[in-house]
Design a protein around this ligand. Sequence first.
Ligand SMILES: C[S@@+](CC[C@H](N)C(=O)[O-])C[C@H]1O[C@@H](n2cnc3c(N)ncnc32)[C@H](O)[C@@H]1O
Length: 270
Amino acid sequence: MATRKNLVVDRTGLGHKVRYALAHPQRVPGHLRRAGRDRWLAFKHRDHVSYYRAVMASDTRRDPRAAVGSPTYGQWLALGRLQFDYLREHGLTPGSRVLDIGCGNLRAGWHLISYLEPGHYYGIDISPDILIAAKRTLTEHGLQAKLPHLTLTQDLTLDFLPEHHFDVVHAHSVFSHSPLTVIDECLAHVGRVLAPGGFFDFTFDRTTATEHQVLREDFYYRTETLVSLAARHGLHARFMDDWELRGHAQSKIRVTAAAPAPAHDAAAHR
Ligand SMILES: C[S@@+](CC[C@H](N)C(=O)[O-])C[C@H]1O[C@@H](n2cnc3c(N)ncnc32)[C@H](O)[C@@H]1O
């Protein structure tokens, strides 16, 4: 199933806003409430992480699952499964050591924790409220014996983590809520914690036109911007074409310390 992504629209344009409001009049009051709340939070919290933490506190108070983007339990389960299945099909093994950046309330995390060897899952997040919800998910799924790590963070320097430790670093629907400075910080430091042969998968909201953001909550980037940002930090970034077929609204990039070796060309050796 492929998602129909609108890759060319600039959501900040007046024309788009009017067209959208006419097509979805029932969403207008909710959007206006959100815009009002976000203005107030942005006024109180000038730096992005503090602002987004306040957004998460407000959203999590209402509903932790909706706060990570899944309004129903069924959607929450399905999106966690989607992330987990993709990782399993792309290199994850029970022995992998996984760093889940922006782990939320363990939508994918509980699958990972259940599958991985004890102590191999490390989730970090900027929101204390969602981490409390994460502990609840952990308890509800009876995963205490897996001893996962759940840690609050203020930045993505990853300085408290050991060198070359993680086979898999994962950030689903985190850079879609991040300005470029946050992504740059992460890419500047992720190479240090990646194990040899490890990879960093992240999703992003993609545009092929003008990069833009909505309410400082949703950020739209061109693939080239993120690929060249990774290259500036000595990392190789690859657009994951097959993720596009999974029906998710965001796109995915895989980052590795070095470019993967070219496929073995048997014909060349004949
Ligand atoms: C849409 S939720 C996705 C959660 C989880 N990855 C999932 O797919 O269920 C985004 C999460 O990223 C966290 N987050 C946002 N910016 C972050 C940052 N700079 N560092 C760490 N976590 C961040 C939010 O607090 C939130 O829990």
